[in-house]
Write a protein that binds this ligand. Sequence first.
Ligand code: PCA
Length: 214
Amino acid sequence: MMKILITGFDPFNNEKINPSWEAVKQLPDKLKDIEIIKLQLPTEFKKSTEVLFENIKNISPDFVLCIGQAGGRYDFSIERVAINIDDARIPDNSGFQPIDNTIFEDGKTAYFSSLPIKGILKTINENNIPGSISNTAGTFVCNHIMYSLLYYIEKNNLNTKGGFIHIPYIREQVLNKKSTPFMELSTVVEALKLTILAINNYKKDIKLIGGLEF
Ligand code: PCA
């Protein structure tokens, strides 16, 4: 049976919840013949990586999918790439605020997601859920965890495939934020289920228009 480790973050930046964890924790333990293991990560540069590495070691998942909140984005945002830099606009939940720090000195400049990002996009769009390919995961904890995940897979020669998806705020978070996009939590949960099925279906990614001009 295939195993997927899926993570969400705890709340940060004065939010009461983090929709990534709210959605991840609602996932079933099994979907078709895929075992789903759910894990909450702290929104902290150092600790998130330690917790993730420890769990990959113990679980040996076939796939690792990390989810994070991207407040202000309006759709299901499938990340293509993570870069070797931490540049925090705000401190993380431990008070740490790295500025222009290299994540791993012996890592590549960037790593691409090894998940079928276009296959995921096609699957969620076919189910009428808005989504897109994103070419930046930012420079905060989410980029950090995606980079660290792909670095760890490469350095340890694992067969594991890994990637990252950013999701918008959910309804309750935007009550006092004027003109801010959100997605229903139930839609996010549905999109995550479809993503897991797509990851299992598309052993190789497909070519599909999903680029951006700017
Ligand atoms: N989003 C932040 C970190 C945790 C989260 O959910 C980010 O995009 O970096």
